[in-house]
Design a protein around this ligand. Sequence first.
Ligand SMILES: Nc1ncnc2c1ncn2[C@@H]1O[C@H](COP(=O)(O)OP(=O)(O)OP(=O)(O)O)[C@@H](O)[C@H]1O
Ligand SMILES: [Mg+2]
Length: 439
Amino acid sequence: MTTAELVHVYGPRGACLELFGRREGEVVISGPAGTGKSRACLEKLHGVALANPGMRGLIVRKTAASLTSSALVTWKRDVIPEAVEAKGVWFYGGSAEEPAQFRYDNGSVVSIGGMDRASKVLSTEFDMVYVQEATELSEEDWLTLTTRVRNGVVSFQQIIADCNPSHATHWLKQRCDRGSAVLLQSVHSDNPRLYDDSESLTRYGREYMLRLEALSGVLRERLLEGRWSSAAGVIWEGWDASQHLVDPFVIPVDWPRYWSVDWGFTNAFVCQMWAEDPDGRLFLYREFYKTQLTVDQHAALILRVVAPGGEWVEPKPRVVVADHDPEAQVVFRRETGLACVDARKDVAAGIQAVARRLVVAGDGKPRLFVMRGARVGKDTGLEERHLPTSTVEEIPGYVWDEKRPEQPVKDSDHGCDALRYVVMHREQTRGARLRWFDS
Ligand SMILES: Nc1ncnc2c1ncn2[C@@H]1O[C@H](COP(=O)(O)OP(=O)(O)OP(=O)(O)O)[C@@H](O)[C@H]1O
Ligand SMILES: [Mg+2]
């Protein structure tokens, strides 16, 4: 009988290598896009699970859905395949009580989950937690995780996390600056897929870096240069994901709906769907954000969601506010039966109106929210180019144009345009109603 030997090959470098030696309670590896951060965290977790029978690990991200398309791909394709083939690791889909998990023949378990389903994920204690894209979490999420890291099977208990840099005053950066967490800075040459052993770019690396070189502004600083930077002249400084992003909830049917559309083909077409609560707060509950499709194709995708089989499953919008493009509006009306109203495009007024809504009012709430997971599907072409794939992703890079007073830089601003349109529309009509009552 012959036994095939299954060898797992992984050679970390730089900050990725340093991660393996770290034993502190909280270690964050930050860096530009594609430096090998996630791979390093997953390899460490897997190594610790193999070496410590009965250890409990967790792979967690803000939402479970986003984990499936990111870390779990690398985990299954690059980290555990040999162990799976040798039948040392297998997947268990979870139950009402237990999260989905990878089980090891030595009794170790690596669970997977999202902070959006925290109660299930956090029902047990862990030796090591890997947080993917940790800047998406609130500090409260992070602190909750720290209370679960105390299983005591491994000689050290640790949260490891990775992220691309965010704004300069992000809570995670501050946590590292204060010394509560260790910050490791990874660079592109840490990844052998991008740079070979003689530190020359590989063919893949050359193509990858070209896409990053094409970025501008704050995205360039963060994803190419790896800097924790705030864009100079951010327009909506009041935007704060921990205040304005909310978990999805069932929207009462009597909350009116408003759609806001910015047309595009090479640039993103954006169709935002908003619901307004009885106090006038707007909630973005769904968003189509896609390039390379014609208006009739967008209409078909939208109808598939709002009226599958021809039956509307949610209230029709009271109004569709849209960018001025008569031809596109005609097609949209023909395909969906919904007429569009021209958006009010006074840029400065629209920007101010949105900014006012972002302010937390006396009742402790702002007047504009975005539901997590609102975007339907993801435009992988935009993702590959590291461009925003949703309105929320646009906001940090929506900046004033230094050369044109009171105007934003016209660059990945399609969702922000649609945001202005819907807010202006609501300001206008609510304002008109108020004036009517006053007179
Ligand atoms: N040491 C290594 N040897 C071989 N391949 C590697 C190594 N490190 C990373 N890779 C591969 O490079 C690709 C990118 O790595 P990874 O996803 O870990 O990067 P990242 O820094 O997390 O990127 P992002 O910033 O986009 O999240 C993956 O396919 C990964 O398997
Ligand atoms: Mg990653």
